[in-house]
Design a protein around this ligand. Structure first.
Ligand code: AMP
Length: 182
């Protein structure tokens, strides 16, 4: 599981880690954006939250991601990006092998999100960026404690360049794999 503020590199590191581990990569942001873009009735209910940088309510989020989560679990493992973001969502996922915390300063987050060019409306508006940072600190960061108490949290400094972060994540995962195998 990847946990970190917007701009911390979850979408860069996640697919790479999934490939390395040979498991599916699951991004709830991607799934929710795809649902909104598909213009379904469910997507129409999701879209306003995405635009405002607000968390999609838990019940609605689960409607979109529950099937993908179940499929990925059945496949024997996954790299999870963007989920859980609330304590009730964490309860839904249950135990995970390792939570990789991509620790990012707000200043670097602001710079990266403002410079990011993926056509995302929620990256284009400075006010929405500020709101997403507040939402992260208010609603998602408390999960760090939750996982720290379970002993599954590994924190890496995500202010650094992607290759440096990647090397540290790989080392952390190797340590966990070794521990699990041994
Ligand atoms: P992300 O691509 O992870 O930055 O997510 C983009 C947006 O999707 C967020 O600002 C939320 O509106 C929504 N979102 C993604 N994951 C979740 C989640 N687990 N719970 C609620 N909303 C989510």
């Amino acid at each position: 599981m990847l946990l970190g503020a917007p701009g911390s590199g979850k979408g860069t590191q996640g697919p790479r880690l999934a490939e390395r581990l040979g498991v599916p990569y699951l991004s709830t942001g991607d799934l929710l954006r795809a649902e909104a873009a598909a213009g379904t009735e469910l997507g129409a209910r999701v879209a306003p939250y995405l635009e405002d940088g607000e968390l999609v309510p838990d019940d609605l989020t689960l409607e979109v991601v529950d099937r993908a989560l179940a499929d990925a679990s059945a496949a024997g493992g996954f790299v999870l990006d963007g989920f859980p973001r609330t304590v009730p969502q964490a309860d839904r996922v249950g135990d995970v092998d390792v939570v990789l915390h991509l620790a990012l300063s707000d200043d670097v987050a602001r710079q990266r999100l403002a410079a990011r060019d993926e056509g995302r409306a929620d990256d284009a508006d400075p006010e929405v960026i500020e709101h997403r940072l507040r939402v992260y600190h208010g609603q998602t960061a408390p999960l760090l404690d939750h996982y720290d108490r379970r002993g599954t949290l590994v924190t890496v400094d995500a202010d650094r360049a992607p290759a440096e972060v990647a090397a540290e994540l790989d080392a952390a995962l190797d340590a966990v794999t070794h521990r699990t195998a041994g």
